[in-house]
Every structure is written in C-alpha cells, then in structure tokens.
Ligand binder design. Structure first.
Ligand SMILES: C[S@@+](CC[C@H](N)C(=O)[O-])C[C@H]1O[C@@H](n2cnc3c(N)ncnc32)[C@H](O)[C@@H]1O
Length: 436
C-alpha cells in the first residue's frame, strides 16, 4: 500500500479474495467455538449450551431495542459475551474490514500505525486490523485498546492468542481494563494515528451528546496531527441519528468531518432527522449461527446484514470531498426546497443511502448539508435511462448533479421527494475539474 492508499496488485488480489468469501476467517470461527466450549465446560454444539446461547442472544437483542437509558448492557455474565461472539462479532468484524478498506482508499491508513480502540469488547476491531494488515506488505499496526468488562477482555485475549501470530504485521496489546468515561486510562499512548469508537458511544446511556463530544475531544488530544478518529454506530434509526448529532457537536468544537458527509454549501447541517447508513454485502452465516438456527425460530439467531453508520474526523481540515457549489450556480439549495414544491428544479447533493425503495420504485436519501427536512430522490424503475442511472449506480456518498427533477412534499413523512424521470439528467458536477 502506498501513501495514497493504493494497494499493490498482490495486496489488491488478496483483499478482493477476502471480501469475495463473505465470511470471517475460518480460524476465528473455530476459535470462537472453542472459546465457548472452554467457558461452558461442554461442547459448543451441546443442546443445553445452544439453548443458553439462544437465550443470551434474545436477551441482548431485547435490551438493544430499549431506550438507551433503560438498557442494561453490562457484559458481566459469561453468556452475554458468548452470545455477543455468536451473534454480533461476525458482522461487526466484517464491517470493520470494510471500514479499513475505505480508510485505505481515502489515504488515511498509514504503513506504520498506532491505533487505539475504545470499548473494544472481545477485540473485534483489533482482530479485524490484524487480519486486514496481514494482507499488506511491510505494513505495521500497533493496536491498543480499552474495555471495562473483564469477561470481554478474557474472550479478547483468547481470540488474540489463538488467531494471531507473534511476527504478524499487527501487534495487539492486551486491553487496558478501564472505564472510557474516566479518561487518562491510556496515559502512555500518544500520537495515535487512528482512534476508534465502534458501537460503544451509544452505550454510554448516562451521557448527553455534549458529554460524549467532550469525551471524544479528550481522547482526541492524543491524536497525531494527521491522525483520524473513526466513530461507528449501528444503522438503527436512534443510534444512527445520535451519531449525526454528535458529529455536528464535534464539528462545532473544531474537528473536521472528513467523511462520509460533504458540506457542499459550506453550511452546518440539521442532523436531528439524519438517518444515513452504509449497506455492505451480507456475510454468510457462521456454522455456529446455522447450528443455533436449527430450531423453531431460526431467523432470531442469524445475523448477516452488514449495515452501519460511520463518521471520520480529522484535526488538519482534510476532507474526502473538496467540492463546493460555485457562487452564482443556478442550482437549488435544499434548504429552500419547500419553496419549489410541484416545480422542476436542478440541484446538487450527495447520495447518502443505498436503495431504500423496492424493485419498482427506487429511493435514495440526498444531502447537500443545508436541508432542514429529509429529501429523497425517487426513481421509478421504468424511468431509468443511461442519462440518469448514476443515481442508482453510484456508491454511498457520491456528489451528483440532478437536472430537471420534480419536487413533491410528502406530508406523511414530513419530507421532500425529488422525482427522477426519463427527462432527468444525473451527472457529476464538473466545475474547474475539481470533482470527477
Ligand atoms: C457493543 S460492544 C462493542 C464492542 C466492539 N467495539 C465492537 O464494535 O464490536 C460495546 C463495548 O463497549 C464496552 N463499554 C461500554 N461502556 C464502556 C465504558 N464506559 N468504558 C469502557 N468500555 C465500555 C462494553 O463493555 C462493550 O464491550
């Protein structure tokens, strides 16, 4: 991998090969099974153990849907961690691999990196980093982490010792057992190149967005001048929206949002209804999930969807997109969309969702950083033409110009739709060759 994040042909082949499998490494799958056997004192596929795992998974999921202040996610009992390993670990591992690939493409992974993962659980992020770095020539990552649950730390150490080699490209340090809200737990880790909070900030139920922002800023003091902060949360509406509210609070404290948001009018956004997440290809169920699913309600134990909300921050002002709508452009700023209901307009916005519609009518969230209410591009499939198919084909986060769309208000959702028809042209905005 070079400094711009370009992989060598051999690295690229290995990375593509890994993602094509849609599954976590077999050694990790086996180590999770062996760890369950070790902790349970009986084989992981013993019917009694499977039933206990099922109960732990259901209890954990029930807890997740509660408002955050009523959650009890403590991970103090053995089975809550074993349930986490069986149900959540595989998708979170895979989503971390996708995020690492994204960071690399954005030139944000260094060849020699110091990483700190806060709220590491059973080491999902460090183990994914070790796996990702194993495909990079001559790269080296040193990964520190913090976790308060002893049960998670025990699982983490077992998986580390059974799945990583001593001379590997990543050196995974034993996690510091501490509460991340009482910082200074990582005093001796300085010049962090990548600081990660993966699926953890939403668990700090007693803290306000402002307090979470303070916490991130405090950890951020240990970030190197060209380091990145990655915050990831589940794609579920509340956690996802809270992430955007937190992001704006951090932006106002002086961090730059590198991605996935682009602020093409140079405004601050209105994040309270911003539900935006990435969808990556589903994983194949692990053999543990398949065994758990051999029961009356199989769907409860199979977790294969990879959907996540993320944000990357920088201290040095770097952003993924540099595009700004040039002064004098005759395109509609989405903050003014309410004045153009039932009219045809031209607009420029980033595509901020995968398809939220169905095979007949496609729907994509749009954002130009200025809208007060959600805006969606609605595309009937029979209206797709070579001139507008970019709205369907381009990936999450791409900035697009939509010429000749019809604005509609949707009172049921208090949102706006811009209708893409066969007369709509969707293209990359070309201004001074700054963008594609
Ligand atoms: C949902 S798990 C996420 C684990 C891992 N980062 C991942 O993405 O899979 C949340 C983890 O954060 C830990 N955690 C929650 N609050 C914490 C705190 N105040 N200090 C340290 N760890 C905490 C929990 O114990 C748990 O292991």
């Amino acid at each position: 991998m070079n400094a711009s994040g370009h992989f060598s042909p051999d690295e690229q082949q290995q990375i593509t090969g890994f993602f094509a499998e849609h599954r976590i490494p077999a050694t990790l799958e086996r180590a999770i099974e062996d760890y369950i056997t070790k902790k349970a004192g009986k084989s992981w596929d013993d019917p009694v153990i499977l039933e206990r795992l099922r109960r732990a998974i259901v209890a954990q999921k029930d807890d997740y849907w509660k408002p955050s202040r009523r959650r009890r996610l403590q991970y103090t009992k053995g089975y809550s961690v074993l349930g986490y390993l069986a149900y959540h670990f595989p998708v979170y591992f895979m989503q971390t691999e996708h995020l690492l690939a994204t960071l690399a493409c954005d030139g944000l992974l260094k060849k020699t990196m110091t990483v700190l993962d806060a709220g590491t659980g059973p080491g999902v992020v460090p183990l994914a980093i070790a796996d990702f770095y194993s495909r990079l020539d001559g790269a080296r990552a040193t990964v520190f982490s913090v976790e308060r649950s002893e049960e998670h730390i025990e699982a983490f150490m077992y998986l580390r010792d059974h799945c990583t080699k001593k001379d590997a490209n990543a050196s995974i340090k034993p996690p510091v057992r501490a509460d991340i809200t009482t910082v200074d737990t990582v005093k001796n880790v300085e010049n962090i190149d990548l600081l990660i909070f993966s699926n953890v900030l939403n668990e700090l139920s007693a803290t306000s967005p402002e307090q979470r922002a303070d916490l991130v800023m405090k950890f951020g003091e240990r970030l190197s001048a060209d380091g990145s902060i990655l915050i990831v949360e589940p794609a579920e509406e509340t956690t996802s929206t809270q992430l955007r509210i937190l992001s704006l609070a951090l932006k106002k404290r002086g961090l730059t949002i590198h991605s996935p948001c682009s602020f093409i009018w140079g405004t601050n956004c209105t994040p309270d209804r911003c539900w935006s997440f990435v969808t990556a290809p589903s994983i194949k169920p692990t053999s543990l999930m398949e065994t758990l699913a051999a029961c009356e309600e199989p769907f409860r134990y199979v977790n294969t969807d990879v959907k996540y909300s993320y944000v990357v921050f920088r201290k040095d002002g770097k952003t993924r997109e540099q595009y700004r709508v040039p002064a004098g452009s005759r395109v509609l700023r989405l903050s003014l969309v309410h004045r153009h209901v039932d009219k045809r307009v031209n607009t420029i916005a980033a595509k901020m969702s995968e398809d939220l519609g169905d095979a007949k009518t496609h729907m994509f969230r749009l954002c130009d950083g200025s809208a007060k209410k959600p805006v969606y591009a609605v595309v009937p499939s029979y209206h797709i033409t070579p001139e507008n198919e970019a709205i369907v084909a381009e990936p999450y986060g791409t900035i697009l110009e939509l010429d000749n769309v019809l604005v509609r208000y949707n009172p049921k959702h208090d949102a706006y739709n811009v209708l893409v028809s066969r007369n709509t042209r969707v293209s990359f905005p070309k201004i001074g060759d700054k963008y594609k």
